[in-house]
Design a protein around this ligand. Structure first.
Ligand SMILES: Nc1ncnc2c1ncn2[C@@H]1O[C@H](COP(=O)(O)OP(=O)(O)OP(=O)(O)O)[C@@H](O)[C@H]1O
Ligand SMILES: [Mg+2]
Length: 393
């Protein structure tokens, strides 16, 4: 939807090397990331859209079968099929967190023996796949590497849904903390290592860990744990250093955040909360995308006057058909269609109200761009291009 801030929004692409799409679940982060990537690629940049979404939504909409751990270039023919001629390149990559974590170990382990000891350890396996925050951490590390490598003009990062916009940013530090001490301390507690059911929360943890790690005897578990703690501690320094570097990058002017939201009241409140969280860390919020906005089709006057006219049109249409039931009540049909349109109108009004509310709450220089509710999911490059025209005018 063309609005005054469209230009500012396009300028963001020139300003940043990394754009991170954040927002609540299902609002359109993956779609927006792809749309932003597409726009940048068309305008001449070499762009990577980095996703963590294991669903194949991004691959589908980019017209490729699958996105793997390795970056993949969207073939030129895909664009040409829909009449687009990108001046740049669009690449996509799916971030596999287990693989990303393994890479960290491979990189930071002091020697091959330590590396193998970690990678083959079942605690490590649990740690690298199940501990809260590992996903965000692996993503931020990978982002850092890709940025340092300098192959892409722009990296667009699609994040998993979070309730806290800074999960991603804080992940390195939290993880370093977790590895360092607190979170692992409970493993030493009696009952955990023997697998005997205990009480309360600890028992839940115990049983979960025992199930995750499979059947161990207490001795095996102890041995495995001590190997994990000993070998993994060799990586602590690397973790901390990297955590600091990643944080510094995310807070730099190379990086901007796009907050994606749906227009309903609750989701908008969450988006405004994200904005405050990002702002409190002095991060760059480059704009808001209000996705799935119900557009206004007709004005109320037309609807009021239209009922009789519509009934007449329906009747004329029916008479042109070969067979139609005599008993059709065209007035009733027209009335329910108008009622339906009025309900839709109401949604459109509510959505417009949300956007006004956002513009009152946000600093005037923060662009808010709207994308309408399309009548079908966006699952092709053509669909992304339609959304792109709305976003960038
Ligand atoms: N403007 C729109 N109109 C119609 N459908 C849309 C629109 N934007 C997104 N969709 C569809 O909504 C679904 C969810 O979008 P998307 O996957 O981008 O959300 P997400 O925020 O990444 O979700 P998650 O939090 O689960 O990762 C997709 O099927 C997508 O095609
Ligand atoms: Mg997604």
């Amino acid at each position: 939807m063309a609005i005054d801030d469209t230009k500012t929004f396009a300028e963001v692409l020139d300003k940043r090397r990394i754009l991170i799409c954040v927002g609540s679940g299902g609002v359109g982060k993956t779609t927006t990331s792809a749309v932003v990537g597409l726009q940048a690629a068309l305008s001449g940049k070499r762009v990577l859209v980095l996703t963590i979404d294991p669903a194949r939504r991004l691959a589908n909409s980019l017209g490729i079968d699958e996105i793997g751990n390795e970056r993949q270039k969207i073939p030129l023919e895909r664009f040409q099929e829909i009449g687009l001629e990108p001046k740049g390149e669009l690449w996509a990559m799916m971030l596999d967190m287990k693989e990303s974590f393994d890479r960290l170990v491979q990189r930071d382990a002091p020697d091959e023996e330590t590396r193998d000891a970690i990678l083959n350890n079942r605690f490590y396996h649990y740690f690298s796949t199940s501990l809260a925050g590992t996903q965000e951490y692996a993503a931020s590390e990978r982002l850092y590497d890709l940025h340092e490598e300098g192959h892409f003009d722009l990296i667009v990062l699609d994040t998993p849904p979070t309730t806290h916009a800074l999960d991603f940013l804080e992940a390195p530090e939290r993880l370093a903390d977790a590895v360092g001490s607190r979170a692992l301390q409970w493993l030493y507690k009696p009952g955990v290592l023997s697998g005997r059911p205990g009480r309360g929360l600890m028992a839940v943890g115990t049983n979960y860990v025992m199930r995750t790690l499979g059947k161990f005897t207490g001795g095996e578990l102890l041995r495995e744990l001590s190997v994990f703690l000993r070998t993994f501690s060799a990586l602590f320094d690397g973790f901390e250093q990297r955590a600091r570097a990643v944080q510094k990058l995310l807070a730099s002017d190379d990086v901007g955040f796009l907050v994606v939201t749906a227009p309903d009241t609750l989701t908008v409140e969450e988006a405004l909360f994200f904005h405050d969280q990002l702002g409190s860390e002095a991060l760059n919020v480059d704009g808001f995308v209000v996705n799935r906005v119900h557009p206004r089709w007709v004005d109320e006057n037309t609807l009021d006057r239209g009922e009789r006219e519509l009934a007449a049109k329906l009747e004329a249409l029916a008479q042109r058909m070969d067979h139609f039931p005599e008993s059709l009540d065209f007035d009733a049909m027209a009335a329910s269609m108008v009622e339906n349109a009025l309900q839709f109108q109401l949604r459109a009004d509510q959505d417009a109200g949300s956007v006004v509310h956002m513009s009152q709450e946000l600093p005037s220089e923060t662009p808010i761009v709207q994308v309408p509710y399309f009548n079908q999911d966006i699952h092709s490059l053509g669909g992304l291009d339609t959304a792109r025209r709305e976003l960038f005018g």
